[in-house]
Ligand binder design. Structure first.
Ligand SMILES: C[S@@+](CC[C@H](N)C(=O)[O-])C[C@H]1O[C@@H](n2cnc3c(N)ncnc32)[C@H](O)[C@@H]1O
Length: 281
């Protein structure tokens, strides 16, 4: 079998034409995908998302390439920069933090490049919510605890108060709410949840720089976490997770490794979709 990084395995992502928009993962260079690593190693120009992409990753895999930080550059500057390099025959990679599909604003760049005749495509990465759940040693969905996961952000310059649905999501009860772009607003967010009558004891974890060497975890509740985060001084680069699943406790054994696994009746027997899922987990 060929080595997936050094060999000639066809990942399906590395032989496409155009500029790949690659998810760099949450920080640890080892959490860059094999396809992502191969693409950046072959790049002449890497346009990256500044401090959200670990400089260790840039040093390790992109040292040979020209590196441009996209922070503070508008589309009018970024698009010609990438399009001109691509058209002059350079291999260009756009590196986003985590997964480009989550709060990444990748599509507007891709559409602008395509309208200039430059093909683009996406290469997924590990989003920070997944790194944070790994840090917490828990699951975002947990049997009898959390059946759903939400990726959201709090109100602010981009989102109006009416568009902020964090309270609704927490109100579902069996949902793990992962808040991106909300480190600076943990106190206000929790105050709103308290004002809206949510259980002050609801567990909350804040994972700063998940998978980075200076990773930090602050655990508390809707009532206590605001003060703790404010004392720690974090204003950015953390994932705020609300819900019982963050504690990784009080779950029930899943059907997967119980009677169901031995061919017994699952409580949902008769539901074909459940039966089919058994084979896929
Ligand atoms: C512009 S969004 C980009 C999200 C990214 N596309 C992803 O999939 O993780 C930036 C936000 O992601 C979260 N974030 C990014 N990297 C993180 C990390 N290593 N640990 C915790 N949160 C992180 C923070 O909430 C930060 O404010």
């Amino acid at each position: 079998m060929s080595d997936p990084v050094d060999g000639d395995a066809d990942t399906g992502f590395t032989d496409k034409e155009g500029i790949p928009f690659v998810g760099a993962g949450p920080g640890d260079p080892e959490l860059l995908t094999v396809a992502g690593r191969r693409l950046v190693e072959e790049a002449d120009l890497v346009v990256h998302a500044g401090s959200l992409v670990n400089s260790e990753l840039l040093d390790e895999y992109c040292d040979h390439a020209e590196q441009v930080n996209s922070v503070g550059k508008d589309l009018e500057e970024l698009i010609p920069l990438m399009a001109d390099a691509y058209e002059s025959g350079e291999t260009v990679v756009r590196l986003h933090s985590g997964d480009p599909a989550v709060y990444g604003a990748a599509l507007e760049q891709m559409d602008a490049l395509e309208s200039e005749g430059v093909p683009t495509y996406l290469v997924p990465g590990v989003t920070s919510a997944f790194a944070a759940s790994a840090t917490l040693r828990t699951q975002l969905t947990l049997n009898e605890v959390a059946n759903h996961v939400v990726f959201t952000r709090p109100q602010g310059r981009t989102l109006s108060a009416e568009e902020d649905h964090i309270s609704d999501f927490v109100g579902f009860g069996d949902t793990t709410v992962c808040i991106y772009l909300g480190t600076h607003a943990v106190e206000e967010t929790m105050d709103r949840l308290l004002d809206e009558g949510h259980d002050p004891e609801t567990p909350v974890a804040v994972v700063y720089h998940a998978s980075w060497p200076d990773e930090d975890v602050i655990e508390g509740t809707i009532e206590t976490i605001g003060q703790k985060v404010s004392e720690a001084g974090y204003r950015a680069s953390a994932l705020v997770m609300i819900g019982e699943a963050v504690t990784g406790s009080d779950y029930e054994r899943s059907f997967l490794y119980g009677d169901w696994a031995r061919g017994g009746d699952a409580p949902n027997d008769g539901d074909d979709s459940e039966t089919q899922e058994r084979d896929t987990q």
